[in-house]
Ligand binder design. Structure first.
Ligand code: MN
Length: 228
């Protein structure tokens, strides 16, 4: 093995209910995947094709840990999302086969420096500083998938200080889980360890220091964090 100048940064590992941990590869995020959220951001739903941005695996913060309020923003927003964990390699996978590469599901928060994202959009620049920053991908323990049954009936919900901010059905997603995986697999080789944050429903908004966030999706493990 080649010597390294310093120890490699450890790969974040997401706990899995009843199994060994899930080491994170890449994190793909779907933009505008709920019609009511697209509308609140001033956009129409586009069924032409989904679009994506990414977060570094090193942006992961495990549920249960506090999130330090990040620098260079005055408008930190929550985006509650279903996380799909990939458990097998997929390249150009057909939509009807796509669910076979799903390892499991989890609750996630795509934390967003909305002011930096808005400034980037206004100048037609990349969103990275608004989306991909330390602790910006908060992930709850994963629940292994038991079969390929549709989970669209599950409610996705986020409470801030016990007040409901976001609530929807997963079936409200513009692009289904299978459609997203099939499309992503035409752009990238999906591998075990990759995570997909599948977009947020309406109700996104700011959080401040002291806020307690609790996200749930059906009976998957809840996501909890406090902004400090
Ligand atoms: Mn999002």
């Amino acid at each position: 093995m080649t010597a390294t100048l310093f120890p490699a940064r450890p790969t974040p590992v997401i706990p899995v209910q009843g199994a060994a941990g899930f080491p994170v590869g890449r994190i793909f995020c779907v933009g505008r995947n709920y019609a009511d959220h697209a509308a609140e951001m001033g956009h129409e739903v586009d069924r032409e094709a989904p679009f994506y941005f990414t977060k570094s695996a090193h942006a992961v913060l495990l549920s249960g840990q506090d999130m330090p309020y990040p620098p260079r923003t005055a408008d930190l927003h929550h985006e509650m999302e279903l996380v799909v964990a990939i458990g097998a390699t997929a390249v150009n996978i057909a939509e009807e086969d796509a669910m076979n590469v799903v390892f499991g599901y989890g609750s996630g928060l795509d934390m967003t420096r909305r002011d930096l994202q808005a400034a980037s959009k206004a100048k037609r620049r990349p969103w990275d500083t608004g989306k991909d920053f330390d602790n910006a991908a908060i992930i709850a323990p994963l629940t292994p998938k038991v079969d390929n049954a549709d989970i669209g009936h599950l409610t996705i919900k986020l409470e801030v200080n016990a007040q409901v901010r976001q609530e929807a059905k997963l079936s409200d997603m513009v692009w289904s889980i299978a459609e997203v995986i099939a499309d992503l697999s035409t752009l990238y080789t999906l591998d075990p360890g990759d995570l997909i944050m599948t977009g947020t429903p309406a109700g996104v908004g700011p959080v401040v220091k002291g806020d307690v966030l609790r996200g749930t999706i059906g009976d998957f493990a809840p996501l909890e964090t406090t902004i400090i």
